[in-house]
Design a protein around this ligand. Sequence first.
Ligand code: 0X9
Ligand code: ZN
Length: 301
Amino acid sequence: RMTWKQYHRLEDIHGFMDYLAKTYPTIVSVNTIGKSFEGRNLKVLRISNGKSANKAVFIDGGIHAREWISPATVTYFINQFAENFDVESDDIKNIDWYFLPVVNPDGYEYTHVTDRLWRKNRKPGYGSRLCTGTDLNRNFGYRWGGKGASNSPCSEIYRGSKAFSEPESQAVSDFIKNSAANFSAYITYHSYGQYLLYPWGYDNALPPDHKDLESLGRKMAEAIISTGGTNYQVGSSSGLLYPAAGGSDDWAKSQGIKYTYTIELRDTGRHGFVLPTSYIEPVARESLAGLRVLASQVNKE
Ligand code: 0X9
Ligand code: ZN
């Protein structure tokens, strides 16, 4: 059974998604959009009222294996929308939601079984017999290979042998590109640091509509602080954090998806990646408040 009192294994998360599709077949469907290097499914859950005019939002989690609060938060959203769809706000109901809670299932399982702090995927490094894993958030094909990404397979920020060399990043890109959905937002959940980050991440440059991204980001941060008392900083990835090329956010923005954010969830370092389970519900709840603000903006576009 799914709860938000523990972190779950991949099998439980996928079982939960399939259960919702079975229980609410008129609004929920699950699709496997590809397979990880080790052959695990990349499962996307869609929630929609089927209206053809709907805008779409793509949300993912678990790009980085050790950031367990991310899949936990994304599954909380799924549960909230699927279980309460009929009483949800019109802002939520009139969006086609796509959720991929675990982009990096091989890495995620590896952090449960072998190495709690693993970050990358589990494909052996190109030309390297010694090192495993590509940083999926350096493998996307916009300005791939620029600042803040390494060409060494042994690095934690290894970019891969070429853009989209990894099946996991390739599957996300293929899915978004080939989808008929009209995506106006892409949010990717990471941890930690409490940041709402918008493009660009590859270098200190801003997209033409950065003021829209900043102003929605601030509104989301206000909703988060008034719900859970947690302070999030808002800014561009490169400005607030560091330049890092090949991120999924930059790629999504390059595809014309207007409201693109990387959200770094709690905390600010006391527990870091190893966030106690007692944080799951508060983090997910305040994050949902932020997501509602985004949904309201998407419906105004
Ligand atoms: O470095 C990253 O990939 C992200 N931080 S994390 O601590 N979760 O690893 C930030 C990514 C921000 N976006 C881009 N640089 N494109
Ligand atoms: Zn991350």
